[in-house]
Design a protein around this ligand. Structure first.
Ligand SMILES: [Zn+2]
Length: 302
């Protein structure tokens, strides 16, 4: 049973919107690619666990604060005998370990040691569980999800599951593990109540409404869409078609993420969507989907 699903992180959503509407700095662009890659790896792992036994409890994408230290967990799995903490990595290409440091091949560039990150989350979660009086053992594992990943010079006792082992690992778990019980469900609920909803971004991105390219972005490939006919838009890059109203509402939500303080008016949405739809139609779509507020001469939507 999946008690908490994973959603696209707000920071990734924002970068996705900015990408294509303005030139991202090399640093932001690489952050965007990393977030996107990480998220798609985590989703892939979620799909593998989707068909797990009903008696397992799964919590995805958690953020806790334990004695003023924030830590994030990709996935927690509760079985009867053990709680598993999974840190999912979507690394691609060849890597090697030397004296506890991780490097890429052939560039020999050092990368962050994912084991340290795993150990940190494990230690903080263990302390949190102890405080809650939990005695079920905790096992922390790195999951390397990308089939194009290869790690050299790893010891056998590295707490990691490699791409070729994931299916066997899950099958074995299904065979040998006990179902989670009521106490585990209570614990999962308790942890869920401690989860922090808002992941504070480390930094702000600089952009203005005027400085961004306007238009309706394709939901499938992020290119700008064109008018197909009266009731639909089309993406000339990937062929994706979308109902006009759905596309405009989606664009308005995107606008909201990027400009939470700006007033939502027909004119602004008309400009945001690059005049692709008439103002009259925009007003109708906004009225259908949002609350129309009228204050004297001011009229906006919420
Ligand atoms: Zn497209």
């Amino acid at each position: 049973m999946i008690l908490k699903y994973r959603y696209e992180p707000e920071e990734l959503k924002l970068l996705q919107s900015l990408h294509g509407r303005m030139r991202l700095s090399p640093k932001d662009y690489s952050l965007f690619l990393n977030l996107e890659k990480g998220f798609s790896g985590e989703k892939k792992f979620d799909e593998l666990l989707e068909h797990s036994p009903e008696e397992w409890i799964i919590l995805n994408d958690l953020l806790f604060d334990y004695s003023n230290t924030l830590f994030q967990i990709d996935s927690l799995l509760f079985t009867g005998g053990c709680i598993y903490l999974f840190e999912v990595k979507n690394y691609e290409g060849d890597f090697y370990i030397e004296q506890n440091r991780w490097y890429t091949v052939p560039a020999n560039t050092e990368v962050k040691n994912p084991l340290l990150q795993l150990q940190r989350s494990e230690s903080l979660l263990r302390r949190l569980l102890q405080k809650l009086g939990v005695e079920t053992p905790l096992k922390a594992l790195l999951i390397f999800i990308n089939p194009e990943f290869q790690l050299y010079q790893a010891t056998m006792n590295l707490p990691a599951i490699f791409p070729a082992q994931i299916n066997r690992f899950i099958d074995k778990l299904k065979l040998k593990s006990q179902p989670a019980n009521k106490n585990h469900l209570m614990l999962a609920d308790k942890l869920l109540s401690l989860h922090l909803e808002d992941i504070p971004y480390g930094r702000r991105f600089e952009y203005t409404f005027e400085g961004l390219e306007k238009g309706v972005k394709c939901a499938s490939c992020q290119h700008f869409m064109d008018r197909l006919h009266r009731a639909a838009l089309v993406c000339k890059n990937c062929g994706y078609k979308e109902d006009v109203e759905l596309a405009i509402v989606r664009s308005v939500k995107e606008f909201r993420v990027m400009f939470p303080d700006m007033m939502l008016t027909t004119n602004i949405v008309h400009e945001w969507c690059s005049d692709i739809i008439s103002k009259k139609k925009i007003r109708k779509i906004l009225s259908n989907n949002f609350n129309h507020i009228i204050h004297g001469k001011t009229s906006y939507f919420e």
